[in-house]
Design a protein around this ligand. Structure first.
Ligand code: IPE
Ligand code: IPE
Ligand code: MG
Length: 246
């Protein structure tokens, strides 16, 4: 049995299909999805997760129809305005990853306020991936290192640990579980570097129907996984002292 994952990431997919099945517009699906966000944060806090990253808007989602993007941004503003006191009260710290410079200034201001209001909280870190792309994050890190090399750093000094420090997830615990809702079996540019040894959990449940029960099921599956990190299950070389005994 594995303990609770230190860091869970969720690809919240399927709002549009959920709505289409009910003959509703995509907007209604996103609204129901926002309710699932609230439920899932509450569940994560109750369960005692340390860090939850929600993939809310990808770098590629900017290419969706203008009206849909505007609606998603409106839902984000509403979420931040409605939930800030609740987050502060429940000990939840808000952080974000992604290219915030593409967000509208009022949303950036709101994010700054909520991040500042909650920065001392320790119960749960809620990380919103906004205008986020895993490839874009890796390119930004490569660019930062290229600048350091242009400034005189030895390229041979670059290793995985240094690369990781350039990613905006560097202050978060290692990603151990990725959940994707609604049946698609892909990462869609989510935390590509961080996913290296994360366990993957896919469910057919569309995001608007996700909640405590589905999160519990994903955590139960994680608890049963045999994580090897490239090693064998038995220690390959054991000292004679370790081999001796009953
Ligand atoms: C997830 O639901 C929300 C975002 C990607 C912002 P979708 O909008 O992708 O819904 P489907 O996948 O079309 O059903
Ligand atoms: C991934 O879902 C992005 C988010 C959940 C924010 P998409 O719906 O954008 O991904 P694809 O298009 O199915 O790969
Ligand atoms: Mg989708």
């Amino acid at each position: 049995m594995n303990a609770l994952p230190q860091h869970v990431g969720i690809i919240m997919d399927g709002n549009g299909r959920w709505a289409a099945r009910r003959q509703l517009g995509r907007v209604e699906g996103h609204r129901a999805g926002a309710e699932a966000v609230r439920r899932t944060i509450r569940a994560a806090r109750e369960i005692g997760l340390s860090t939850l990253t929600l993939y809310a808007f990808s770098a590629q989602n900017w290419a969706r129809p203008v009206a849909e993007v505007a609606h998603l941004m409106e839902l984000l503003s509403t979420f931040l305005r409605d939930e800030r006191d609740e987050l502060a009260l429940r000990g939840i710290r808000l952080v974000t990853i992604g290219d915030e410079s593409r967000l509208a200034p009022p949303i950036r201001d709101l994010l700054d306020i909520v991040k500042r209001m909650t920065c001392g909280n320790r119960e749960l870190t809620l990380c919103l991936a906004l205008s986020y792309g895993g490839r874009e994050a890796i390119v930004a890190a490569a660019r930062a290192l290229a600048r350091a090399v242009a400034g005189g750093m030895d390229p041979d000094a670059i290793d995985a640990a240094m690369f990781e420090e350039m990613l905006d997830t560097c202050a978060l615990p290692p990603l151990e579980l990725i959940i994707r809702t609604s049946g698609e079996l892909r990462l869609s540019n989510f935390l590509l570097w961080e996913a290296a040894y994360a366990e993957l959990y896919f469910t057919e449940v569309p995001w608007p129907d996700f909640g405590r029960r589905e999160l519990d099921a994903a955590l139960a599956a994680f608890a049963q996984r045999r994580r090897r990190f490239g090693l064998t299950e038995e220690p390959a070389i054991r000292s004679p002292a370790a081999r001796a005994g009953p």
